[in-house]
Design a protein around this ligand. Structure first.
Ligand SMILES: Cc1cc2nc3c(=O)[nH]c(=O)nc-3n(C[C@H](O)[C@H](O)[C@H](O)COP(=O)(O)OP(=O)(O)OC[C@H]3O[C@@H](n4cnc5c(N)ncnc54)[C@H](O)[C@@H]3O)c2cc1C
Length: 379
């Protein structure tokens, strides 16, 4: 039987970022025909620093430093500075803590009344500008991270094999493999892969829609991306038009095998159009030309599962990157690889993202992207 020191399951941004940091023989197994065809290809690419959760924020801040390094080191910078504006309509104080923390970390964030064209006429009570915010190119990041790594595509992992309670190998669509360590970076499929081991590692794939507009006069590559934080709406200029999300959330575990991208429900498209009319009058004339849905995978506390599993020696996690995997994957890679090798990282405590931590038995999702209609669901 073939032996590989470390096998990474999943060649999306999470698996690639960890693999890029590991020594020894490392192979990524990917069920799809090519790397990065699931959540890694479905996102809006926004690098978001101004977030409420302190763990997500620390990951984002560290990742931003690493991303800046890549922009200097790689021939083609994998991200672009566009700036971002975060608007608040009902709860003007909602981001105050996050703003203070970012400022303490040296990030420029300031209140603004000089709104970019797309926010003209929006009923905002407060807006924060983050001039250094970026948009990343997930494909360029993935390609760069995997440049010197071995990826075997079209290989589906069916199960993990233990011996004496620790990882001994994997069963795959191409037969058995023996290994010392496994990194579970299988995105929306991660929870199902360990179900047979009897571990409680709740991970919930949640579907979200992104709509693409036809070209629009206010769109330009230098327009900042904008997020109406307390009303579930974001926009990002793209291809002469806009990429728009109404921040919908629907629990939707994927079937085994590749292919999690879906079509946008026409009713939801109408809801987003109505929301634009009410909240972003400058974009009320958008015409839709396409869109898609994809899976964001969350633990019930909306924090990722990172690093060695406390109950299964040899198993490590890089999963549950929710809606922040483009922003944070470089930091995820650094932390997971360090912890696997028994080293520390100074900017994050392992306990906060421990895969074996206690999870809430119930948590809240926002089917409509807004507080109205929030649902309490089992964790
Ligand atoms: C609509 C949408 C918008 C988003 N917008 C943003 C954003 O603006 N900013 C941001 O930071 N993040 C955003 N995200 C989140 C981001 O895309 C994800 O957090 C990130 O891509 C997760 O990467 P991953 O590698 O964990 O998962 P994936 O990219 O899904 O990779 C997991 C891989 O594992 C493979 N796999 C699964 N099971 C197996 C198996 N059994 N055997 C072999 N291979 C397997 C899959 O085929 C897949 O390629 C968004 C996501 C969505 C859906």
């Amino acid at each position: 039987m073939e032996h590989i020191d470390t096998i990474v399951i999943g060649a999306g941004l999470a698996g690639a970022a960890v693999a890029a940091r590991l020594d020894g023989s490392v192979v990524l197994l990917e069920q799809g025909r090519q790397p990065g065809a699931e959540a890694t290809a479905q996102n809006a690419g926004m690098v978001r620093l101004l977030v409420e959760d302190p763990v997500e924020r620390r990951l984002a801040l560290r990742a931003q430093e690493l991303l800046e390094g890549l922009d200097d080191a790689w021939e083609q910078p994998p991200s672009t500075i566009t700036g971002a504006v975060h608007g608040l309509i009902h709860e003007p104080d909602e981001l105050d803590d996050a703003v203070a923390s970012l400022r303490a970390a040296g990030v420029e964030v300031h209140p603004t009344t000089e709104l970019p064209p797309a926010l003209d006429g929006a009923p905002l009570r407060r807006a924060w500008s983050v001039p250094g915010a970026r948009v990343a190119d997930p494909h360029a990041l993935l390609t760069g991270l995997l440049r010197e790594r071995t990826v075997r595509c079209d290989v589906a992992v069916h199960g993990l094999r233990l011996s004496g309670g620790r990882i001994a190998g994997l069963s795959t669509s191409h037969g058995e493999l023996s290994c010392d360590r496994v990194v579970l970076a299988a995105g929306a499929w991660s929870g199902a892969l360990v179900a047979s081991l009897g571990l409680r590692r709740p991970l919930h794939p949640i579907r979200r829609s992104l709509l693409q507009s036809a070209p629009h006069p206010l769109s330009s590559p230098t327009h900042p991306w904008c997020w109406l934080e307390d009303l579930g709406l974001y926009i990002r200029p793209e291809g002469g038009g806009w990429l728009v999300s109404g921040c919908d959330e629907r629990i939707d575990p994927p079937a085994p095998g590749p292919g999690s991208t879906g079509a946008v429900d026409p009713t939801w498209r109408e809801t987003v159009s109505e929301r634009l009319l009410q909240l972003l009058p400058a974009l009320s004339d958008l015409r839709w030309r396409g869109g898609w849905t994809g899976l964001r995978t969350f633990a019930p506390d909306r924090r990722p599962l990172l690093g060695p599993d406390p109950e299964v020696p040899g198993l490590s996690w890089a999963a549950g990157l929710g809606g922040f995997g483009v922003t944070t994957h470089l930091a995820v890679g650094e932390a997971v690889a360090a912890w696997m090798d028994g080293r520390d990282v100074p900017w994050l405590l392992q306990a906060e993202v421990d895969p074996g931590r206690d999870f809430p038995r119930r948590w809240v999702i926002r089917p409509q992207g807004t507080r109205r209609g929030m649902q309490l669901v089992p964790g």
